[in-house]
Ligand binder design. Sequence first.
Ligand code: AMP
Length: 206
Amino acid sequence: MGPPGAGKGTQGELLASRFGIPRYSTGDILRAAGRDGSELGRKAQGYMDAGELVPDDVILGLMTRVLLSTDAGGGYLLDGFPRTVEQAEGLKDLLEAADQQLDAVLNLAVGDEEILRRLSSRRICEKCGAIVRPAAGTESCVTCGGHLATRPDDRPETVRRRLEVYREQTEPVLGWYRQSSTAVLDIPGTGDVGQVQERILSGLAS
Ligand code: AMP
């Protein structure tokens, strides 16, 4: 968990590859659905572009399908889900039904000014969906050659709305987990990628 631009995707990819487990990012799944023009993409696009959350029933339906189709033997990492208390309650029911346990909640903390700075330099590849912070003047994706563009929801006015939505709807999820018996690890998200990853790994080990 963490506000937009906290590094959930970057740190999540590193963790998933280190532990050899899948990472399920609701944001990535929704953007891919938007590129494919699927029904899910059509349902989600307007909310995403406006910086609002996609409705809970859509997200819970999506994650039910994802989690039912996964072989959870080695575990998995959830990135950007749950984002509301209702989603957290839905996840609890899903885990209970599947006889699975949530080991820990990772909360990446980054201040608003740093978020605005990070998101203004972030780009998305229109072809493969990679999210990158390219060197000045770089306009093509190093992986697939696709055009790099600003994510529609990374425009400053939309980022401000996403931050409000985060405070109003997502931060309460942390309180909800803190009251339960789930371990919540608060990780400062500032510094370079390797430093943050080290903090996460030592938090998980303790
Ligand atoms: P992200 O890539 O995680 O920053 O997500 C981008 C956007 O996708 C969010 O601003 C929401 O519009 C939507 N989204 C992603 N995950 C969720 C979720 N769990 N619940 C509702 N909307 C979501």
